[in-house]
Design a protein. Structure first.
Length: 505
C-alpha cells in the first residue's frame, strides 16, 4: 500500500536538485521556483494543486545578462536563492547575482510573458533578496543576505525600504540581524520576509547547507530589533541540514513549509513540512521541530500523481522544458527544428576533451532515486574526431557515445575525468558501431554510482567500471546530451538523439 492510498505523503516531494525553493499560493494554485545558477533557461517555474505533486510549467528567464558573462558555464554564479511573490495581480521573482546585484522580473501570469531582468540594486555579494509589500501600511521592504566570497561579509541580514513598484531601493540599508551576535549561529542567509499576527517575520536558515537549521526572527518594526528561535533541525532524523525554503498557507488556513536537504551528487531535494503556530506565537515546523518522513497530506483536493517531466521524444526536433543549456545559447548550435529527434550540431571546440568547460551541453537534473537513463543516438558527421553522447556531469564527469575515427569508422567510446583532471581519458576500449548508431544506457544506483552500457544491435553490454557521480559547487550532478568536433573550419555535421527515457530500477 502506497502513501498515496492511505492519505499520507512521503518526503522528499521533489526528489532532484530544485535548490533553494520558494513558494506562493494564488487562489487554489501553488507555484514554486528555485535557483538555476548559470544555466539557460533559468528560474524554473513549478505548479501544484496539493503541495505534493508538482509539474514544471516554464522558466522566468530565457538567458542571463550580460550575455557575454554567461557564454561559458558558471555553475556557482547567476541565479541564487530566488523569492517568489504575488502582488498587484502580478508574479514577482527577486534574486541575487553575487557578482552583479539584486535583480527582479515580473509577469501577469506564471507562464509569462516575463519582463527582462531589472537590476534593483548593484553590488558585490548581495544575495538571497526577498520583498514584502505591507498591505497594512502600503510600505514596501526588502531584506537580503551577503556572500563573503564577494563582499567579505556574511552571517548578517540587511533591510531596505523599497519603492512599491519594485524597481529600486529607497535607502542605503540597515543591518537588522547580525548572526555574529547570536551565540552559535553562523552562515545566516536565505531570508524570506513575511507579515503575520502584527509581527514582521524573517524565516532564514543558518549553519550551512550540510548541517544547518531553519531559524525564525520576529519584530514589531521592520528594522528591528528581532528575536530569534530555531524552528527546524535534524535532531535524530536522517535529514541533514533541513532548511531554506518557503512558507505557504492553504485556502482553508493550513500552514506548510517547503525546504531543501543537501544530498551530495543529487543536489538539494525538496521536503514538505507541516507547520503550525504555537501558543507562544512562534511557528512550529515538522514534528515539533524535526523533519517528517511521512505525514498526513495537506487538506486539499486529491490530485493524480505527477512529477516534473524527464522523458522526451523530441517531437518536431524540439526539446522539453526540463532541459537547460550549461550556458547562454549561441547561434550555430541550437537544435534544428525538423522531424522527430533532437538534431544537435557538432560544435567545434578546442575544449572538446573537457565537458566541464562547454556551454553547448543540454542538461537536466540527476534523479535521486535508482533509475536507468536511456537514449538512442546516431552520429551524422564525417569529421574525424566528431563525437556525441550521454554524460553525467559534475566536478568529475563520465560519458558514453559515438566518435568518428581517423579511419572513417564510427566507434562507441566511453570516457571520464576525475575532479582534479584537466582532460578526459578512456574508461573502456572503443567498440565498432557499424551503422553509426547506438542505444546508450546509464544505470544510476545508490550513492549516485553509475554503470554504463552500450547496444549496437546485439543487446546491451556493460562498459567500463562504476563511476560515482559528483556535484559541482552548489549544483547537483547533471545528465547531459552533447555533440562536438575538434577545432577547425567549416560545418562538422550533427548528431541525432531520440527516445530519451528515465525509468526506475
Amino acid at each position: 500500500m502506497t502513501a498515496e492510498t492511505v492519505g499520507t505523503y512521503a518526503n522528499p516531494v521533489l526528489n532532484a536538485d530544485w535548490s533553494d525553493p520558494d513558494v506562493v499560493r494564488v487562489g487554489d494554485d501553488f507555484y514554486l521556483t528555485a535557483s538555476s545558477f548559470g544555466r539557460a533557461p533559468g528560474l524554473p517555474l513549478l505548479h501544484s494543486r496539493d503541495l505534493v505533486n508538482w509539474t514544471l510549467v516554464g522558466h522566468a528567464v530565457d538567458h542571463l545578462e550580460p550575455a557575454e558573462e554567461f557564454a561559458a558555464p558558471r555553475h556557482d554564479c547567476g541565479v541564487w536563492a530566488p523569492s517568489l511573490r504575488h502582488h498587484d495581480d502580478r508574479f514577482w521573482i527577486f534574486w541575487g547575482d553575487p557578482d552583479q546585484g539584486i535583480f527582479q522580473v515580473n509577469a501577469p501570469e506564471i507562464r509569462g510573458p516575463w519582463t527582462r531582468p531589472h537590476l534593483v540594486k548593484a553590488g558585490k555579494g548581495l544575495i538571497d533578496p526577498c520583498p514584502l509589500w505591507d498591505d497594512e501600511t502600503g510600505e514596501a521592504y526588502l531584506v537580503h543576505a551577503w556572500a563573503k566570497s564577494r563582499s567579505g561579509v556574511k552571517n548578517r541580514l540587511t533591510g531596505h525600504r523599497m519603492h512599491p513598484d519594485g524597481t529600486e531601493l529607497l535607502d542605503q540599508g540597515k543591518l537588522i540581524v547580525d548572526g555574529d551576535r547570536i551565540p552559535g549561529w553562523f552562515t545566516l542567509e536565505g531570508p524570506k520576509l513575511h507579515r503575520h499576527d502584527g509581527w514582521f517575520w524573517i524565516l532564514a536558515p543558518a549553519g550551512g547547507v550540510e548541517t544547518g537549521w531553519q531559524g525564525a526572527f520576529r519584530s514589531r518594526e521592520f528594522f528591528g530589533p528581532y528575536e530569534e528561535r530555531i524552528v527546524l533541525e535534524q535532531k535524530d532524523t536522517d535529514v541533514n541540514g533541513p532548511h531554506q525554503g518557503g512558507w505557504v498557507r492553504t485556502p482553508s488556513g493550513e500552514d506548510w513549509f517547503l525546504h531543501f536537504q543537501q544530498r551530495g551528487a543529487y543536489g538539494r531535494v525538496v521536503h514538505l513540512q507541516p507547520m503550525r503556530w504555537g501558543t507562544d506565537g512562534w511557528p512550529v515546523l515538522g514534528d515539533d521541530g524535526a523533519p517528517v518522513a511521512v505525514h498526513r497530506r495537506p487538506g486539499l483536493p486529491s490530485q493524480p500523481p505527477a512529477a516534473p517531466a524527464t522523458d522526451d521524444d523530441f517531437p518536431g526536433g524540439r526539446f522539453g522544458r526540463q532541459w537547460s543549456w550549461t550556458a547562454t545559447p549561441q547561434d550555430g548550435w541550437t537544435p534544428q527544428h525538423s522531424g522527430d529527434g533532437l538534431k544537435l550540431t557538432c560544435v567545434r571546440s578546442a575544449d572538446a576533451h573537457d565537458l566541464r568547460k562547454l556551454p553547448n551541453i543540454l542538461t537536466q537534473r540527476l534523479p535521486a532515486t535508482p533509475c536507468a537513463v536511456e537514449v538512442h543516438l546516431r552520429l551524422d558527421s564525417e569529421e574525424p574526431g566528431a563525437r556525441a553522447g550521454l554524460a553525467v556531469l559534475g566536478d568529475a564527469f563520465g560519458w558514453i557515445g559515438l566518435q568518428r575515427g581517423t579511419d572513417g569508422q564510427v566507434h562507441v567510446v566511453h570516457r571520464f575525468a576525475e575532479a582534479v583532471a584537466e582532460r578526459e581519458r578512456d574508461a573502456a576500449h572503443a567498440r565498432p558501431a557499424p551503422e553509426g548508431r547506438v542505444r546508450l544506457r546509464i544505470e544510476i544506483g545508490a550513492g549516485a554510482r553509475c554503470r554504463f552500457f552500450r547496444d549496437v544491435g546485439e543487446g546491451l553490454h556493460p562498459s567500463g567500471p562504476v563511476f560515482a557521480a559528483t556535484p559541482w559547487r552548489w549544483v547537483g550532478a547533471l545528465l547531459g546530451l552533447f555533440a562536438l568536433a575538434p577545432a577547425g573550419p567549416g560545418h562538422a555535421g550533427a548528431a541525432t538523439f531520440s527516445h530519451f527515457r528515465i525509468n526506475p530500477l
